[in-house]
Ligand binder design. Structure first.
Ligand code: NAD
Length: 424
């Protein structure tokens, strides 16, 4: 348990992260033992008030955060979340998972995350822009291409990144494309970025499926969350002739044992902003999502979804963690005992940050690559990372999650140790 005054007790995402660190600690090299505590506290956490004038002339205040968990290996990197449940505990955990993720992929970044406690669906486009610009100006002194580089997450998108880039650039007096990633392509964004996280889920999923002799063709796939990550992962599995049998989003859960026709579903969502009411599937209870007969489950919505109770009920052979932190540590143990393979978030959904890294490199060089080149580099890095994690799990007789943490924590803590503690 952390001794941080603002993160005591509870069962939040930060506590999940702390439990994950405790699990990996016994596997780390002895000379790094003194440095493990560095992971159990964020380097910097900023809470900001974001007041905006609403379209009706009233003033509303929103609470925003930017947490830099660890910068030992380079600038902070991590998304900005707009969601009504955003709070410090969650942002700290999300920042920490970015530290692990960038290290597993060996990207030259630390981990950071930000967010605003707001339901973006309840704001007009003008209000959303005002909120984004005010939030950006409040955190502007701690972000920057060499300091900390935000990106999209739940509830934010390339347009929001464009406003962030413009607001930050206005303050600097010149255009700074590299301050955020996930921007529109004509503002210095990278081809392939929007689809990168879902693509990474698919690539890592196929690679692990092959090791388990699980055939993707005709495999049944269930997906929670049909946004940026979930929908692209679904598209790629669908194109590989897997059957997408169940999809849940914030509007409800739909099921079709013969497979949901995705083109029709996308057209339906364009019109109705959610899966509920789609005629090509049957509506089932949200909780029944976890009982569906399926080979692969992809949680791609929010953290804390796979509880102990759901872990006992799940029928899948493999879980691909598109979302960050969807599985509680105690549920991890049950899934492991039941022989259900988990491809952990810190590798499974790392496609987004990997192409964000490519975007940052392209912005710095002002030289842009083709989509084929980006996908090729992405696939190679992710395949290599899965191989490294798989070998580490084999060598240590541990889960893929613990193996990913071993590789990442060794890299982070070596960097911490070699930099030394100032003042000496
Ligand atoms: P998004 O906003 O595009 O989509 C979120 C989806 O989750 C939507 O379909 C929404 O309806 C659904 N959802 C929200 N609340 C829900 C609930 N209570 N029950 C069921 N469904 C619900 O977000 P995204 O970018 O796809 O992110 C999804 C997850 O993936 C998050 O955990 C995020 O941190 C993680 N992630 C995203 C990226 C990225 O590049 N976007 C990268 C790595 C990890």
């Amino acid at each position: 348990m952390s001794n941080l005054s603002y993160a005591n007790g509870g069962n939040g995402a930060w506590q999940t992260f702390l439990a994950q660190v405790d699990r990996v600690a016994p596997y780390l090299s002895e000379d790094l033992a003194d440095y493990v505590d560095t992971l159990k506290r964020p380097k910097r956490a900023l809470i900001v008030d974001v007041p905006i004038i609403m379209d009706d002339g009233s003033i509303q205040h929103f609470e925003g955060y930017r947490v830099q968990h660890n910068l030992s290996r380079g600038p902070g990197k991590g998304g900005i979340r707009y969601h009504p449940d955003v709070e410090l505990n969650e942002v700290m955990a999300l920042a920490a998972w970015m530290t692990i993720k960038t290290a597993v992929l060996n990207l030259p970044f630390g981990g950071a995350k930000g967010g605003v406690r707001v339901d973006p669906r309840k704001l007009s486009a003008r209000e959303l822009e005002r909120l984004t610009r005010r939030f950006t100006s409040e955190i502007a002194h701690i972000i920057g291409p060499q300091k900390d580089i935000p990106a999209p997450d739940v509830g934010t998108n390339p347009n929001v990144m464009g406003w962030m880039m413009d607001t930050y650039s206005s303050g600097q007096g010149y255009t700074v494309t590299g301050v955020v990633t996930g921007k529109p392509v004509h503002l210095g964004g990278s081809l392939g970025r929007v689809k990168a996280t879902g693509r990474g889920v698919y690539i890592t999923g196929c690679q692990v499926a092959e090791k388990l002799s699980l055939n993707i063709e005709n495999a049944k796939v269930s997906i929670q969350g049909f946004g940026n990550v979930g929908s692209e992962a679904a598209n790629l599995f669908y194109l590989s002739n897997a059957k997408i049998v169940c999809i849940q989003d914030h509007t409800g859960t739909i099921f079709n044992a013969s497979g949901i026709e995705l083109n029709a579903l996308h057209a339906y969502i364009e019109q109705h902003q959610g899966v509920d009411g789609f005629e090509g599937a049957e509506r089932i209870d949200n909780e029944a999502f976890w009982d569906v007969e399926t080979d692969i489950i992809i949680p791609a919505a929010l953290e804390g979804q796979i509880t102990v109770e759901r872990a006992h009920r799940l029928k899948a052979k493999m879980i691909l963690e598109g979302a960050n932190g969807p599985t509680y540590p105690e549920a991890d143990d049950i899934l492991n005992e039941r022989g259900i393979m988990i491809v952990p978030d810190v590798i499974c959904n790392a496609g987004g940050v990997t192409v964000s890294y490519f975007e940052w490199v392209q912005d710095m060089a002002s030289y842009f690559w083709s989509e084929a080149e980006i996908n090729d580099r992405l696939d190679k890095l992710m395949v290599q990372a899965v191989e490294d994690v798989w070998a580490c799990a084999h060598d240590n007789g541990c889960t893929l999650r613990t193996a990913a943490y071993i590789l990442a924590c060794e890299r982070i803590l070596k960097a911490r140790k070699e930099r030394g503690i100032f003042p000496g």
